[in-house]
Design a protein around this ligand. Sequence first.
Ligand SMILES: *Cc1c(COP(=O)(O)O)cnc(C)c1O
Length: 465
Amino acid sequence: MRYRSTRGTLDAAAPDFSDILLSGLAGDGGLYMPDHWPHIPRETLTSWRSLSYADLAAEVIGLFTEGSIDRDTLRTMAHDVYGRFDHAAVAPLVEVEDGLFSLELFHGPTLAFKDMAMQMLGRLFEHVLKQRNHHVTIVGATSGDTGSAAIEAFRGREHVSIVILHPHNRTSEVQRRQMTTVLEDNVLNIAVEGDFDDCQDMVKAMFADEAFRTDCSLSAVNSINWARIAAQIPYYVRSALALGGPDRPVSFAVPTGNFGNILAAWVASQMGLPIDRLCVGSNRNDILTRFLLNNDMTKRQVEPSLSPSMDIQVSSNFERLLFEMLGRDPNRCRAIMEEFRQTGCMAVPHDAWEQIRETFHGIALSDEQTTDTMKALYAESHYLADPHSAIGLAAGRRFHEAGVPMIAAATAHPAKFPDAVKKATGIHPELPPHLADLFSRKERYDVLPNDIEKIKAAVRTHRGR
Ligand SMILES: *Cc1c(COP(=O)(O)O)cnc(C)c1O
């Protein structure tokens, strides 16, 4: 399988899966896409009903790694990764109301859906780096879930150093401790005296410094890395098969920020999985729902909400859907994205918008509506949902049609957001056993000023440790 950029042409030296795994973003600023969608025949889908989660994941991801990583290697990785999840089904389906299901994606080590893909990325990186006898430094900024998922996936890995920047005193204590109590030598946590945007600006500045980037072999695992999208497809396939697919369609509802999770569901449909509706749930940062309702993709100020992992105004992965809707024309895609960067307003052509609306639906919830949903889910169904998952379930309720199962992605464990859950339901959600002693574990992190030279020096020293 060869890859191409959403902003460049398909050339003869097109990168393969291993190349794009390590580089993340394409050199022209675009996002990598497979040069075609692998098709899964109906009989194959039917035969996959009996596979374990790990075996199914290896089959699906293997369609994107052809020529780079073979099935047996993937199967070994997947068994290792998903065997450590704390639910035998890995991603269990819970029927919350008649025909409305919660697909629980939070049974991994850091209690958020990011683990589903990031854990595989840890193994994939190790495999490719060992093969190439290469070492990279992963650098990232986090406001919460991504940092802990990445640290958990790369802790102790021989060929990787990882540095994660978080804003000092601005993450929740659970989130901070999930990162800072990891004490392996290859992990460096930096608390920056600034906010999340300062952290993100510093990561961008490090990547923009060609010499520093090469010198430290910088690498990124943020949600635009195609490998993360690929590793998110299996749970859509598996849950659809569990509810009658491919003989009948299902619909999905997904609490959305960067558009990575729901994009994976859409990719599954391109590969032949019958899907009826794809429903986006947003919080007050509602750029995607405004787009779906009125073709209004205007960037506004990010506002904090009860669901912080969705406090985003630019959904980076949307570019991949746009590219497809433009008939894979990289020149049009580049022009639209460039204009968006300059004006803060994305002019999506009317026919592309209409095409997207045939499948995608959107709803935005205020914090009050989110709390009311959590309360109602608990009162009516005894189901405890975190604020993100509640938004997914609300979107599922809103767009549920009779006869088509609606599957809502539950993206975080309620114990990750205990205050919001307690306020809505009166219940204090307990951390699962493997994290029960989180608050008594030793922490290690450096507090550094909001100064790029100091941060770069720390990254260099960490790399040379
Ligand atoms: C990252 C995250 C999301 C948003 O997922 P995207 O792929 O960015 O759309 C939703 N909920 C939780 C809990 C997350 O961590």
